[in-house]
Design a protein around this ligand. Structure first.
Ligand code: SF4
Ligand code: SF4
Length: 341
C-alpha cells in the first residue's frame, strides 16, 4: 500500500499541493453520492495552538462535497475535565478554534453516552465506539502527528482508537496502564492530590499512595510531581489497546470507506488534548495521505528519527503500528512512500 507525501514547503502554494496530494492518493474515493461523511479531527484544546489548521479542513469539506458526500466535522468528548469534556463545551471550543466550515457533531453526544459496544480483538475484547462514528457511511481521518507521553506518538491509529471512542472506551484503554509511586522519592507535598481532578492520591504518614479503582491514568499527577515519584507503567498496554480499539472502530465501516490524511507539522512533545503541548520536537515535514492507518503512521515514523519519541517517553512508538497490523488492520509496516515532485 502506497503512502503519498507532500513536503511542507512554504515556497509553494500548500493548498494547491495538498489538493494534488489528495488527487494522487485518491483520498476522496471512499466518498459515495449522498454519503454522510465524518471528517474526524481534533479541534484542539483551548490554548493549544498546534492543531491542524482550519483552512486545510475547509478544503477537505469542499472536496467531500464535490465527491457527492455530506461532510460533517466530528470528535469525541474527553474523559477528563477540560474544555471538550461535554458536547456543549466541545462545540464552543470547535467554534473558537475556527472549525465552522461544516456542522460539528459531537460523536458521542452531550454527555458521552451515545456509543455502541463493539466486539474487537487484541488486548481488549470490546470497545465503546462513538455512535455517530458507527453510523457514518464514510470517514476521512484527519490526524496531527505528534509525541505522546503514554503511547510514544499519536497519529491515525490513535485518532481512531482513542479519538473515535466514548469516555467509557477511553477509560477502558487508559486503565490498561499501571501507576506506581516511589515511596523513597515522595516528599509528601500533596501536589498530586491537589492537581488530580478526583483528589485520588492519599497522603499517609507523609507519603502518597494511590490504589483507587477510579484512577484514570490521565496522567496529570505524574506531570506535576516535583520529584518524579509517580511513574506510569506498562505503557505498552496502551499502545496495544489503541490498536485493539482502532480495530473495533474500523469494523463499523464497510471496507474501503475510510481514508487518512496526516499532518506532520508542529510536531509537539504532547498531544492536542493539552492546553500546553510542550516544545516542538522536530522540523515540519509535510502531509501524508493513504487508505490505511497502519501505512500512514508507519510512513511518518519511518521518515523521522522515531527513537526521539522512544527515548522521551520510554515506550516503543512503533508498537501500536505493529499491533494494528498483527490484529489484521490492512496496511504496511514498511510502506512505499511516494513524494510529490
Ligand atoms: S506530588 Fe509527588 S512528592 Fe508530592 S506527595 Fe505526590 S507523589 Fe509525593
Ligand atoms: S493518574 Fe493521577 S491525576 Fe490522573 S486520575 Fe489517577 S491519580 Fe488522579
Amino acid at each position: 500500500m502506497t503512502v503519498h507525501f507532500v513536503e511542507w514547503n512554504t515556497k509553494r502554494d500548500l493548498m494547491k499541493e495538498v489538493n494534488r496530494l489528495y488527487d494522487v492518493a485518491g483520498t476522496f474515493d471512499c466518498v459515495g453520492k449522498g454519503d454522510l461523511v465524518a471528517v474526524k479531527l481534533h479541534v484542539g484544546e483551548l490554548g493549544n495552538p498546534y492543531y491542524v489548521q482550519p483552512f486545510f479542513v475547509h478544503d477537505i469539506v469542499r472536496r467531500v462535497k464535490e465527491a457527492g458526500g455530506k461532510p460533517f466535522l466530528t470528535d469525541t468528548n474527553t474523559y477528563y475535565h477540560a474544555q471538550r469534556n461535554n458536547g456543549y463545551d466541545h462545540m464552543v471550543t470547535a467554534l473558537i478554534n475556527g472549525f465552522n466550515m461544516a456542522p460539528f457533531i459531537v460523536a458521542d453526544g452531550l454527555r458521552s453516552e451515545n456509543y455502541r459496544a463493539i466486539e474487537t480483538r487484541g488486548i481488549l475484547s470490546e470497545i465503546e465506539v462513538a455512535g455517530v462514528i458507527a453510523e457514518a457511511d464514510a470517514m476521512i481521518v484527519v490526524s496531527h502527528d505528534k509525541g505522546h507521553e503514554l503511547s510514544g506518538f499519536g497519529g491515525a491509529i490513535k485518532n481512531l482508537g482513542m479519538g473515535c471512542t466514548s469516555r467509557a472506551g477511553k477509560l477502558r484503554q487508559h486503565r490498561t496502564v499501571g501507576l506506581e509511586i516511589d515511596e523513597a522519592k515522595c516528599i509528601g507535598c500533596c501536589k498530586c492530590k491537589q492537581t488530580c481532578e478526583l483528589s485520588l492520591p492519599e497522603i499517609v504518614n507523609g507519603k502518597a499512595i494511590n490504589v483507587s479503582p477510579l484512577c484514570m491514568r490521565c496522567p496529570v499527577c505524574s506531570q506535576e510531581c516535583p520529584t518524579g515519584a509517580i511513574r506510569l507503567t506498562h505503557k505498552e498496554n496502551l499502545c496495544r489497546a489503541l490498536a485493539s480499539a482502532a480495530y473495533g472502530v474500523l469494523s463499523t465501516f464497510v471496507k474501503g470507506k475510510v481514508s487518512y490524511v496526516s499532518f506532520a507539522k508542529d510536531i509537539t512533545q504532547y498531544c492536542d488534548c493539552l492546553p500546553g503541548p510542550g516544545e516542538i520536537m522536530m522540523k515540519d515535514l509535510g502531509i501524508f495521505a493513504a487508505d490505511s492507518a497502519v501505512s500512514v503512521d508507519a510512513a511518518f515514523l519511518s521518515t523521522i528519527d522515531h527513537e526521539v519519541f522512544n527515548d522521551a517517553y520510554g515506550v516503543d512508538c512503533m508498537l501500536q503500528v505493529r499491533e494494528a497490523k498483527a490484529l489484521g488492520i490492512e496496511g504496511e509496516i514498511k510502506p512505499q512512500i511516494v513524494t510529490l515532485s
